[in-house]
Write a protein that binds this ligand. Sequence first.
Ligand code: ATP
Ligand code: MG
Length: 96
Amino acid sequence: MKKINHTKILGFPSELSQVILNLLANSQDALLSNNIKKPYINIIIEENRKHIYLSIEDNAGGIKEEIIDKIFDIYFTTKPKKRGNRTRTLYVKTNY
Ligand SMILES: Nc1ncnc2c1ncn2[C@@H]1O[C@H](COP(=O)(O)OP(=O)(O)OP(=O)(O)O)[C@@H](O)[C@H]1O
Ligand SMILES: [Mg+2]
């Protein structure tokens, strides 16, 4: 697999943006709530002959193992309810 800086894919730009923004919001929430001193979020695009892979990684410590099976449950959250928007994970699940 090769890292790339630019690429073109077919799809709906607004829906892909939604997915990316939701993942960035998750990273931001985790970085802030875990009080990470030197926070980073990396957006990585890689390709092989068949597929393009978009990864978003942060240094907030990762998703806790005990909740990993629940993250695609639409009503699951570990955060206070006030700003949750449950369309988010559904987007990630149905489209990607
Ligand atoms: N980058 C991350 N680092 C650490 N934990 C994460 C990260 N992304 C998600 N999580 C954990 O997974 C849970 C589920 O994430 P999800 O986006 O489905 O819901 P949410 O962020 O809690 O609520 P909403 O997206 O509706 O605002 C989060 O509550 C958080 O505990
Ligand atoms: Mg979220």
